[in-house]
Design a protein around this ligand. Structure first.
Ligand SMILES: *[C@@H]1O[C@H](CO)[C@@H](O)[C@H](O)[C@H]1NC(C)=O
Ligand SMILES: *[C@@H]1O[C@H](CO)[C@@H](O)[C@H](O)[C@H]1NC(C)=O
Ligand SMILES: *[C@@H]1O[C@H](CO)[C@@H](O)[C@H](O)[C@H]1NC(C)=O
Length: 241
């Protein structure tokens, strides 16, 4: 488990050294609408032709974020993120697999798009959108009229198409409980990077984990890009000037 942040930091060093962080945007440009403090969104994801449906439950007041990932004709992977930096990745099927990761940062803040660079308007998925780019990690498309997110694309090419956006929707508490095998050292997968590497070719969940680590890494970048407002976060983790 300890090695996970090291991977994140390693990727982070690779990808950030040439990027300009913490830049700001001009005053007259439109600004992205902050995320509602609670919402539910169904998204279709396309990652180089691999399709997933994600149920995203964002719950800022309770400091938690849930991605429930349905792989096409495949398993369901639960990616549960807490604001204390702990994430759990698990299945609820008979394979009973669970991994966890400890990040330096918590979940995205509602204002995580602050300071994004405005790129103008563009039609995407049939909607006229304002487009912003944030620290070279994400391109974000918001409907000009309704101000709802329509689409976003990560620098990896992983793209999200927002299908529903229910402001105020909250998932009941019981659903946020990671299964007991996440807390049992014997059955938990991927306690170290060695076991991740050993299993990576054969284990779908671990493949999912690597993808999620990448997602977690992107998340930490985005959280860090708003770190100015986040007391207690060591900015040296975030901004390599
Ligand atoms: C998914 O993205 C690929 C490009 O990476 C594209 O060729 C394909 O048409 C997309 N599939 C869907 C269903 O949007
Ligand atoms: C973070 O919070 C979750 C949920 O309450 C808990 O399971 C986890 O152990 C916590 N992690 C740390 C590092 O305290
Ligand atoms: C799992 O390991 C940790 C330390 O490595 C220990 O504190 C904890 O009690 C163990 N839990 C179980 C269920 O064995």
């Amino acid at each position: 488990m300890k090695s996970v942040p090291r991977i994140v930091l390693f990727l982070f060093l690779i990808f950030t050294t040439s990027l300009g962080f913490c830049k700001s945007t001009s005053d007259q440009d439109p600004t992205p609408t902050p995320w509602p403090h609670q919402f539910h969104s169904i998204m279709v994801m396309n990652y180089s032709g691999i399709l997933q449906v994600i149920n995203l439950w964002y719950d800022w007041p309770n400091g938690r974020n849930f991605n429930i990932i349905q792989h096409q004709l495949g398993n369901v992977l639960y990616d549960l993120e807490w604001n204390n930096g702990t994430s759990f990745f698990y299945t609820l099927d008979s394979s009973k697999e669970c991994s966890s990761a400890q990040l330096e940062v918590g979940i995205l803040r509602p204002n995580w798009l602050d300071g994004a660079r405005y790129l103008g308007q563009q039609h995407v998925d049939g909607f006229l959108c304002n487009v912003w780019e944030k620290v070279d990690f994400i391109w974000y498309y918001e409907d000009v009229v309704t101000k709802r997110p329509v689409h976003w694309v990560f620098y990896t090419g992983r793209e999200a198409h927002v299908m529903t956006f229910e402001v105020g929707a909250a998932l009941e508490d019981a659903m946020w409980q990671a299964p007991v095998y996440c807390f049992d050292n014997k059955t938990s997968a991927a306690a170290s990077i060695t076991s991740i590497s050993a299993n990576i070719m054969v284990d779908r969940v671990l493949k999912g984990l690597v993808q999620l680590l990448e997602a977690a890494f992107i998340r930490s970048q985005l959280v860090c890009a708003t770190a100015v407002n986040q007391p207690g976060l060591d900015i040296s983790v975030c901004c390599i000037a």
